[in-house]
Ligand binder design. Structure first.
Ligand code: 3PG
Length: 402
Protein backbone atom coordinates (compact mmCIF):
# COMPACT_ATOMS: atom_id res chain seq x y z
CA UNK A 1 0.00 0.00 0.00
CA UNK A 2 1.46 3.34 -0.98
CA UNK A 3 1.23 6.07 1.61
CA UNK A 4 0.31 9.68 0.81
CA UNK A 5 3.08 11.10 3.01
CA UNK A 6 6.82 10.67 3.46
CA UNK A 7 8.29 8.41 6.12
CA UNK A 8 11.69 7.86 7.73
CA UNK A 9 12.61 5.86 4.61
CA UNK A 10 12.60 9.06 2.58
CA UNK A 11 14.94 11.27 4.59
CA UNK A 12 18.48 11.38 5.95
CA UNK A 13 18.38 11.78 9.69
CA UNK A 14 21.77 10.59 10.97
CA UNK A 15 23.51 13.38 12.88
CA UNK A 16 20.49 15.69 12.44
CA UNK A 17 18.51 17.45 15.15
CA UNK A 18 15.07 15.88 14.93
CA UNK A 19 11.85 17.06 16.57
CA UNK A 20 9.48 14.15 17.22
CA UNK A 21 5.83 14.82 18.11
CA UNK A 22 4.73 11.69 19.97
CA UNK A 23 1.46 10.86 21.73
CA UNK A 24 2.50 9.77 25.22
CA UNK A 25 -0.94 10.62 26.69
CA UNK A 26 -1.57 7.78 29.16
CA UNK A 27 -4.23 6.59 31.61
CA UNK A 28 -3.23 7.76 35.08
CA UNK A 29 -4.31 6.54 38.49
CA UNK A 30 -6.84 9.20 39.57
CA UNK A 31 -5.32 9.41 43.07
CA UNK A 32 -1.57 8.84 42.73
CA UNK A 33 -1.24 10.07 39.12
CA UNK A 34 0.95 7.02 38.45
CA UNK A 35 0.90 5.81 34.83
CA UNK A 36 -1.62 2.93 34.69
CA UNK A 37 -0.84 1.86 31.17
CA UNK A 38 2.37 2.73 29.36
CA UNK A 39 1.46 1.17 26.02
CA UNK A 40 1.43 4.48 24.13
CA UNK A 41 4.89 5.29 25.47
CA UNK A 42 6.08 1.82 24.49
CA UNK A 43 4.54 2.28 21.04
CA UNK A 44 6.70 5.37 20.52
CA UNK A 45 9.92 3.39 21.06
CA UNK A 46 10.22 2.05 17.51
CA UNK A 47 10.73 5.51 16.05
CA UNK A 48 12.93 6.69 18.90
CA UNK A 49 15.19 3.63 18.61
CA UNK A 50 15.43 4.07 14.86
CA UNK A 51 16.61 7.64 15.45
CA UNK A 52 19.51 6.47 17.64
CA UNK A 53 21.99 8.24 15.37
CA UNK A 54 20.16 11.58 15.61
CA UNK A 55 19.81 14.29 18.26
CA UNK A 56 16.21 13.80 19.27
CA UNK A 57 13.75 16.08 21.06
CA UNK A 58 10.28 14.76 21.92
CA UNK A 59 7.20 16.88 22.39
CA UNK A 60 3.92 15.42 23.62
CA UNK A 61 0.84 16.18 25.72
CA UNK A 62 -0.76 14.62 28.79
CA UNK A 63 -4.44 15.31 29.51
CA UNK A 64 -6.29 18.53 28.87
CA UNK A 65 -6.11 21.78 30.84
CA UNK A 66 -8.46 21.49 33.83
CA UNK A 67 -8.68 17.69 33.79
CA UNK A 68 -7.28 15.55 36.60
CA UNK A 69 -4.83 13.80 34.29
CA UNK A 70 -3.30 17.09 33.10
CA UNK A 71 0.26 16.59 34.39
CA UNK A 72 3.96 16.84 33.63
CA UNK A 73 5.80 14.44 31.30
CA UNK A 74 8.49 13.64 33.85
CA UNK A 75 7.09 10.17 34.62
CA UNK A 76 6.74 9.42 30.93
CA UNK A 77 10.46 10.19 30.54
CA UNK A 78 11.22 7.62 33.25
CA UNK A 79 9.33 4.99 31.25
CA UNK A 80 11.44 5.81 28.18
CA UNK A 81 14.59 5.46 30.29
CA UNK A 82 13.48 2.08 31.64
CA UNK A 83 13.04 0.96 28.05
CA UNK A 84 16.56 1.66 26.90
CA UNK A 85 16.24 5.27 25.73
CA UNK A 86 18.90 7.70 26.90
CA UNK A 87 16.25 10.23 27.84
CA UNK A 88 16.19 13.37 29.95
CA UNK A 89 13.41 15.82 30.75
CA UNK A 90 13.30 19.61 30.75
CA UNK A 91 10.55 21.48 32.54
CA UNK A 92 10.01 23.97 29.73
CA UNK A 93 8.51 23.87 26.24
CA UNK A 94 9.96 26.69 24.16
CA UNK A 95 11.53 29.13 26.65
CA UNK A 96 15.26 29.77 27.07
CA UNK A 97 15.64 26.75 29.37
CA UNK A 98 14.20 24.43 26.71
CA UNK A 99 16.26 26.04 23.91
CA UNK A 100 19.51 25.67 25.88
CA UNK A 101 18.71 22.03 26.63
CA UNK A 102 17.81 21.35 22.98
CA UNK A 103 21.16 22.75 21.81
CA UNK A 104 22.99 20.41 24.18
CA UNK A 105 21.33 17.18 23.00
CA UNK A 106 23.94 14.80 21.59
CA UNK A 107 23.63 12.01 19.05
CA UNK A 108 21.91 9.05 20.72
CA UNK A 109 20.15 11.22 23.31
CA UNK A 110 16.47 12.07 23.63
CA UNK A 111 15.25 15.21 25.37
CA UNK A 112 11.59 15.29 26.44
CA UNK A 113 10.02 18.75 26.61
CA UNK A 114 7.27 19.60 29.12
CA UNK A 115 3.59 18.88 28.31
CA UNK A 116 2.84 20.94 25.17
CA UNK A 117 -0.59 21.81 26.57
CA UNK A 118 0.98 23.78 29.43
CA UNK A 119 1.19 26.37 26.64
CA UNK A 120 -2.41 27.51 26.23
CA UNK A 121 -2.07 28.27 22.49
CA UNK A 122 -1.60 24.55 21.95
CA UNK A 123 -5.36 23.98 22.42
CA UNK A 124 -6.10 26.17 19.37
CA UNK A 125 -6.91 24.50 16.08
CA UNK A 126 -6.63 25.74 12.51
CA UNK A 127 -4.85 25.26 9.23
CA UNK A 128 -1.18 24.22 9.32
CA UNK A 129 -0.25 27.73 8.11
CA UNK A 130 -2.24 29.36 10.94
CA UNK A 131 -0.84 26.99 13.54
CA UNK A 132 2.70 27.63 12.30
CA UNK A 133 2.34 31.22 13.52
CA UNK A 134 1.97 30.07 17.13
CA UNK A 135 5.01 30.76 19.34
CA UNK A 136 5.50 27.06 20.11
CA UNK A 137 6.30 26.57 16.42
CA UNK A 138 8.05 29.88 15.74
CA UNK A 139 10.39 29.56 18.71
CA UNK A 140 11.30 25.92 18.16
CA UNK A 141 11.49 25.19 14.45
CA UNK A 142 14.75 27.10 13.73
CA UNK A 143 16.51 24.69 16.09
CA UNK A 144 15.67 21.58 14.02
CA UNK A 145 16.51 19.92 10.71
CA UNK A 146 13.55 17.55 10.54
CA UNK A 147 10.05 17.09 12.03
CA UNK A 148 8.79 13.54 12.60
CA UNK A 149 5.13 13.25 13.51
CA UNK A 150 4.44 9.98 15.31
CA UNK A 151 1.47 11.15 17.41
CA UNK A 152 -1.18 8.90 15.92
CA UNK A 153 -3.42 9.21 19.01
CA UNK A 154 -3.72 12.95 18.38
CA UNK A 155 -3.88 12.70 14.57
CA UNK A 156 -7.39 14.21 14.51
CA UNK A 157 -6.27 17.41 16.25
CA UNK A 158 -5.27 20.35 14.04
CA UNK A 159 -3.22 21.81 16.91
CA UNK A 160 0.07 23.73 16.56
CA UNK A 161 2.39 20.90 17.56
CA UNK A 162 0.56 18.42 15.32
CA UNK A 163 0.21 20.39 12.09
CA UNK A 164 2.17 23.67 12.49
CA UNK A 165 5.71 22.35 12.07
CA UNK A 166 4.86 20.64 8.78
CA UNK A 167 4.83 23.99 6.94
CA UNK A 168 8.26 25.14 8.15
CA UNK A 169 10.36 21.96 8.42
CA UNK A 170 10.87 18.90 6.20
CA UNK A 171 8.25 16.61 7.75
CA UNK A 172 7.66 12.87 7.73
CA UNK A 173 5.57 10.29 9.57
CA UNK A 174 7.10 8.20 12.32
CA UNK A 175 6.88 4.41 12.32
CA UNK A 176 3.81 4.30 14.59
CA UNK A 177 1.77 6.61 12.37
CA UNK A 178 2.85 4.54 9.38
CA UNK A 179 1.85 1.26 11.05
CA UNK A 180 -1.52 2.54 12.30
CA UNK A 181 -2.52 3.92 8.90
CA UNK A 182 -1.49 0.72 7.11
CA UNK A 183 -3.18 -1.59 9.63
CA UNK A 184 -6.41 0.38 9.99
CA UNK A 185 -6.74 0.79 6.23
CA UNK A 186 -6.36 -2.96 5.70
CA UNK A 187 -8.57 -3.94 8.65
CA UNK A 188 -11.46 -1.71 7.64
CA UNK A 189 -11.36 -2.52 3.95
CA UNK A 190 -13.00 -5.95 4.40
CA UNK A 191 -16.49 -4.64 3.50
CA UNK A 192 -17.94 -7.40 5.71
CA UNK A 193 -20.97 -7.11 8.01
CA UNK A 194 -22.27 -7.03 10.72
CA UNK A 195 -20.05 -4.14 11.73
CA UNK A 196 -20.22 -3.33 15.43
CA UNK A 197 -18.99 -0.29 17.30
CA UNK A 198 -18.58 -0.50 21.08
CA UNK A 199 -18.25 3.00 22.41
CA UNK A 200 -17.79 4.05 26.04
CA UNK A 201 -15.69 6.18 28.33
CA UNK A 202 -15.68 9.95 28.76
CA UNK A 203 -14.83 12.79 26.25
CA UNK A 204 -18.58 12.59 25.55
CA UNK A 205 -18.87 15.74 23.45
CA UNK A 206 -16.20 14.55 20.99
CA UNK A 207 -17.55 11.02 20.85
CA UNK A 208 -21.18 12.00 20.20
CA UNK A 209 -20.10 14.20 17.29
CA UNK A 210 -17.90 11.49 15.81
CA UNK A 211 -20.62 8.88 16.34
CA UNK A 212 -22.98 11.10 14.36
CA UNK A 213 -20.51 11.16 11.45
CA UNK A 214 -19.81 7.46 11.67
CA UNK A 215 -23.52 6.49 11.68
CA UNK A 216 -24.05 8.76 8.66
CA UNK A 217 -21.58 6.61 6.66
CA UNK A 218 -24.05 3.70 6.88
CA UNK A 219 -21.13 1.44 7.82
CA UNK A 220 -22.29 0.65 11.36
CA UNK A 221 -24.87 -2.10 12.00
CA UNK A 222 -24.66 -1.94 15.80
CA UNK A 223 -23.46 0.88 18.06
CA UNK A 224 -23.30 -0.45 21.62
CA UNK A 225 -22.89 2.40 24.07
CA UNK A 226 -21.59 2.30 27.66
CA UNK A 227 -19.61 4.50 30.04
CA UNK A 228 -20.55 8.18 30.19
CA UNK A 229 -21.54 8.13 26.53
CA UNK A 230 -24.10 5.41 27.33
CA UNK A 231 -25.32 7.41 30.33
CA UNK A 232 -25.98 10.45 28.14
CA UNK A 233 -27.98 8.34 25.68
CA UNK A 234 -29.99 6.80 28.54
CA UNK A 235 -30.95 10.32 29.60
CA UNK A 236 -31.81 11.17 25.98
CA UNK A 237 -34.00 8.04 25.88
CA UNK A 238 -35.74 9.09 29.11
CA UNK A 239 -34.62 5.95 30.98
CA UNK A 240 -32.78 7.84 33.73
CA UNK A 241 -33.10 11.41 35.07
CA UNK A 242 -31.05 14.18 33.47
CA UNK A 243 -29.02 14.67 36.68
CA UNK A 244 -26.99 11.61 35.67
CA UNK A 245 -25.51 13.45 32.72
CA UNK A 246 -26.08 17.18 33.19
CA UNK A 247 -22.56 17.81 34.51
CA UNK A 248 -21.02 16.39 31.32
CA UNK A 249 -19.15 19.07 29.34
CA UNK A 250 -21.24 20.13 26.35
CA UNK A 251 -24.31 18.41 27.86
CA UNK A 252 -27.06 20.39 26.09
CA UNK A 253 -25.68 20.09 22.56
CA UNK A 254 -24.63 16.46 23.05
CA UNK A 255 -28.10 15.59 24.38
CA UNK A 256 -29.73 17.15 21.33
CA UNK A 257 -27.53 15.08 19.02
CA UNK A 258 -28.15 11.93 21.10
CA UNK A 259 -31.93 12.39 20.79
CA UNK A 260 -31.64 12.88 17.02
CA UNK A 261 -29.49 9.77 16.67
CA UNK A 262 -31.91 7.67 18.74
CA UNK A 263 -34.76 8.80 16.45
CA UNK A 264 -32.81 8.20 13.27
CA UNK A 265 -31.04 4.93 14.12
CA UNK A 266 -33.31 3.14 16.66
CA UNK A 267 -32.25 -0.34 15.50
CA UNK A 268 -28.54 0.45 15.37
CA UNK A 269 -28.02 2.00 18.79
CA UNK A 270 -27.85 -0.46 21.71
CA UNK A 271 -28.03 0.96 25.23
CA UNK A 272 -27.49 -0.49 28.69
CA UNK A 273 -30.55 -2.11 30.28
CA UNK A 274 -29.03 -2.40 33.75
CA UNK A 275 -26.12 -0.98 35.71
CA UNK A 276 -23.72 -1.38 38.60
CA UNK A 277 -23.54 1.25 41.35
CA UNK A 278 -21.48 1.57 44.51
CA UNK A 279 -23.09 0.90 47.89
CA UNK A 280 -21.02 0.82 51.09
CA UNK A 281 -17.89 0.52 48.94
CA UNK A 282 -19.25 -2.53 47.08
CA UNK A 283 -20.52 -3.23 43.56
CA UNK A 284 -24.30 -3.57 43.48
CA UNK A 285 -26.04 -4.56 40.24
CA UNK A 286 -29.53 -3.26 39.58
CA UNK A 287 -32.12 -2.27 37.00
CA UNK A 288 -31.94 1.28 35.68
CA UNK A 289 -34.93 2.40 37.78
CA UNK A 290 -33.39 1.01 40.97
CA UNK A 291 -30.16 3.04 41.06
CA UNK A 292 -31.57 5.51 43.66
CA UNK A 293 -29.55 8.39 42.26
CA UNK A 294 -26.18 6.63 42.63
CA UNK A 295 -23.79 7.19 39.70
CA UNK A 296 -23.77 4.43 37.08
CA UNK A 297 -20.23 3.06 37.45
CA UNK A 298 -20.54 0.12 35.09
CA UNK A 299 -22.93 -1.76 32.84
CA UNK A 300 -24.81 -4.60 34.57
CA UNK A 301 -24.94 -8.34 33.71
CA UNK A 302 -28.01 -8.16 31.44
CA UNK A 303 -26.29 -5.50 29.35
CA UNK A 304 -23.01 -7.42 29.23
CA UNK A 305 -24.83 -10.53 27.96
CA UNK A 306 -26.73 -8.50 25.35
CA UNK A 307 -23.58 -6.71 24.15
CA UNK A 308 -21.49 -9.91 24.19
CA UNK A 309 -24.01 -11.72 21.97
CA UNK A 310 -23.91 -8.98 19.34
CA UNK A 311 -20.13 -8.71 19.50
CA UNK A 312 -19.40 -12.42 19.07
CA UNK A 313 -21.69 -12.55 16.00
CA UNK A 314 -20.02 -9.60 14.27
CA UNK A 315 -17.70 -9.63 11.25
CA UNK A 316 -15.96 -6.43 12.33
CA UNK A 317 -15.78 -4.98 15.85
CA UNK A 318 -14.26 -1.71 16.82
CA UNK A 319 -14.16 -0.84 20.54
CA UNK A 320 -13.21 2.46 22.06
CA UNK A 321 -13.65 3.59 25.66
CA UNK A 322 -14.42 1.57 28.79
CA UNK A 323 -17.95 0.52 29.80
CA UNK A 324 -17.47 1.86 33.32
CA UNK A 325 -15.13 3.29 35.91
CA UNK A 326 -12.55 0.60 35.19
CA UNK A 327 -9.86 2.20 37.39
CA UNK A 328 -11.84 0.81 40.36
CA UNK A 329 -11.56 -2.98 40.07
CA UNK A 330 -15.21 -3.91 40.85
CA UNK A 331 -16.35 -1.62 38.04
CA UNK A 332 -13.96 -3.00 35.42
CA UNK A 333 -16.20 -6.09 35.06
CA UNK A 334 -18.31 -4.74 32.17
CA UNK A 335 -15.24 -3.63 30.19
CA UNK A 336 -13.53 -6.99 30.84
CA UNK A 337 -16.56 -9.01 29.73
CA UNK A 338 -16.91 -6.93 26.58
CA UNK A 339 -13.22 -7.61 25.90
CA UNK A 340 -13.78 -11.35 26.47
CA UNK A 341 -16.50 -11.24 23.81
CA UNK A 342 -14.21 -9.32 21.44
CA UNK A 343 -11.53 -11.98 21.90
CA UNK A 344 -14.13 -14.70 21.11
CA UNK A 345 -15.31 -12.89 17.97
CA UNK A 346 -13.88 -14.55 14.85
CA UNK A 347 -14.06 -11.39 12.73
CA UNK A 348 -11.72 -8.41 12.51
CA UNK A 349 -11.38 -6.88 15.98
CA UNK A 350 -9.86 -3.49 16.67
CA UNK A 351 -9.49 -2.09 20.16
CA UNK A 352 -8.67 1.59 20.23
CA UNK A 353 -7.85 4.20 22.81
CA UNK A 354 -5.69 4.15 25.89
CA UNK A 355 -8.31 2.97 28.37
CA UNK A 356 -9.61 -0.21 26.74
CA UNK A 357 -6.08 -0.87 25.54
CA UNK A 358 -5.00 -0.64 29.17
CA UNK A 359 -7.60 -3.19 30.27
CA UNK A 360 -6.59 -5.46 27.37
CA UNK A 361 -2.95 -5.27 28.48
CA UNK A 362 -3.89 -5.93 32.13
CA UNK A 363 -5.96 -8.96 31.15
CA UNK A 364 -3.21 -10.24 28.84
CA UNK A 365 -5.53 -10.38 25.81
CA UNK A 366 -3.70 -7.74 23.77
CA UNK A 367 -2.31 -10.39 21.40
CA UNK A 368 -5.74 -11.94 20.85
CA UNK A 369 -7.36 -9.13 18.87
CA UNK A 370 -6.58 -8.10 15.29
CA UNK A 371 -5.14 -4.73 16.27
CA UNK A 372 -4.77 -2.63 19.38
CA UNK A 373 -4.72 0.90 18.09
CA UNK A 374 -3.05 3.68 20.05
CA UNK A 375 -5.78 5.98 18.74
CA UNK A 376 -9.10 6.55 20.46
CA UNK A 377 -10.73 9.60 18.89
CA UNK A 378 -8.17 9.45 16.07
CA UNK A 379 -9.21 5.92 15.15
CA UNK A 380 -12.95 6.62 15.22
CA UNK A 381 -12.32 9.68 13.07
CA UNK A 382 -10.32 7.52 10.68
CA UNK A 383 -13.31 5.16 10.44
CA UNK A 384 -15.62 8.04 9.40
CA UNK A 385 -13.51 8.27 6.24
CA UNK A 386 -12.45 11.86 6.92
CA UNK A 387 -8.76 12.52 6.32
CA UNK A 388 -6.98 12.92 9.64
CA UNK A 389 -5.49 16.39 10.22
CA UNK A 390 -2.03 14.93 10.81
CA UNK A 391 -2.19 12.98 7.55
CA UNK A 392 -3.44 15.98 5.55
CA UNK A 393 -0.62 18.14 6.94
CA UNK A 394 2.06 15.52 6.20
CA UNK A 395 0.63 15.03 2.72
CA UNK A 396 0.95 18.76 1.98
CA UNK A 397 4.49 18.71 3.41
CA UNK A 398 5.41 15.80 1.13
CA UNK A 399 4.31 17.81 -1.93
CA UNK A 400 6.48 20.73 -0.81
CA UNK A 401 9.45 18.41 -0.24
CA UNK A 402 9.41 17.04 -3.83
C1 3PG B 1 -6.26 10.82 22.98
O1 3PG B 1 -6.04 10.33 24.10
O2 3PG B 1 -7.29 10.53 22.33
C2 3PG B 1 -5.22 11.69 22.35
O3 3PG B 1 -4.05 11.75 23.10
C3 3PG B 1 -5.77 13.06 22.10
O4 3PG B 1 -6.14 13.65 23.31
P1 3PG B 1 -7.31 14.74 23.33
O5 3PG B 1 -8.59 14.04 23.03
O6 3PG B 1 -7.28 15.34 24.68
O7 3PG B 1 -6.98 15.75 22.25
Amino acid sequence: MSLPFKTLNDVQYAGKRVLVRADLNSSLDPKTKAILDDSRIIASLTTLKELAKSKVVVMAHQGRPGDEDFTSLEKHTEVLKKNGIKASFVNDIFGQKAKDAIKQVKVGEVLVLQNTRYFEGEMKTGTPEEMAKEPIVQELYPLFDLFVNDAFGAAHRAQPSIVGFTTVLPSVAGRLVEKEIRTLTAATATGKHPWTLVLGGAKVEDKVQTLQKLLATGRVDNALLGGLVGTLFLVAQGSIPKEYASSIKGYESSLTIAKQLLDKYPKVIGLPVDAAVEKDGKRVECKLDQTKGAPLLDIGPLTTDKFAKTITQSAVVFANGPMGYFEKAPFAVGTEKVLDAIVKCKGVTIVGGGHVGAVAQMKGVAGKVTHISTGGGATINFLTGKKLELVAALEAAAKRMK
